[in-house]
Design a protein around this ligand. Structure first.
Ligand code: DGL
Length: 249
């Protein structure tokens, strides 16, 4: 059996990256791990996040993955450097898509919606120093919990989004960065609250980078059937059907 690609997140948000990766790389086999028992990472300290990430990565390494995708902005900010320094296999991470959003700046503001942990880590401060003109960081408190419980496009999702965004939307807004992979599943509710404002995410950039790295290292599988396996550290009866639903969303 050919070697799979390991992909993980604190929870179901990473399924949005998995879905895009499967579309771009249809011949690869993906092992997805959602660390749902420990979500949200965004309220933990960097050290706590690194400890969670090490446990998930150990599981994936035991399955002989050929590359690792950190489908989580928060885990990338906390642990990507350590993983790259200690592992021989390619590690692909992600960061809030402030760079592409910056190109949309047109006299208004750019709201960067991400977890509290992401926004407070040094990696994000460096990104802000480069592309932060007009950018306003916004902590997406409550949004990950909303998606983990399956509220994507209902009154609960709208209320959670309003609580976070209402104080900011009175000012002209050129773009909203979805700086957490969970938030992509709130897109429809978000479009009702912030109609006409472009929503920018880093998923496509991440999966293209994955393809590039696999090609470069001669690891790309160019033919044959691919697929995915879903795993959770949480309640499988709740999370596995939710992941299946999100894969089709
Ligand atoms: N999905 C993760 C991200 O992209 C984090 C969610 C969490 O707080 O656990 O940042």
């Amino acid at each position: 059996m050919f070697r799979p690609i390991g992909i993980f997140d604190s929870g179901v948000g990473g399924v949005s990256v998995l879905r895009d990766a499967m579309a771009l790389l249809p011949h690869e086999r993906f092992l997805f791990y959602g660390d749902n028992a420990n979500a949200p990472y965004g309220l933990k300290s960097p050290e706590e996040i690194r400890a969670c990430v090490r446990r998930v990565v150990d599981e994936l390494l035991q399955r002989d993955v050929k590359a690792l995708v950190i489908a989580c902005n928060t885990a990338t900010a906390a642990a990507a450097k350590e993983l790259r320094e200690t592992l021989a296999l390619p590690v692909i991470g992600m960061e809030p898509a402030l760079k592409p959003a910056h190109a949309l700046l047109h006299g208004g503001q750019i709201l960067v919606l991400a977890t509290p942990a992401t926004l407070h880590m040094e990696k994000f401060q460096r990104l802000m120093a480069l592309y932060g003109e007009g950018a306003v960081p916004v902590e997406g408190r409550g949004l990950v919990e909303c998606v983990e419980s399956g509220h994507l496009d209902d009154a609960a999702a709208e209320a959670a989004l309003r609580a976070v965004l209402a104080p900011h939307l009175a000012r002209p807004t050129d773009a909203i960065v979805l700086g957490c992979t969970h938030y992509l599943f709130l897109r429809r509710a978000l479009e009702r609250i912030a109609p006409g404002i472009p929503l920018v995410d880093g998923n496509l950039g991440t999966v293209r980078q994955l393809r590039h790295v696999l090609e470069e290292r001669g690891l790309l599988r160019a033919a044959g059937a691919g697929g995915c396996e879903l795993h959770t550290t949480g309640d499988a009866e709740h999370f596995l059907p939710l992941m299946q639903r999100l894969l089709r969303a």
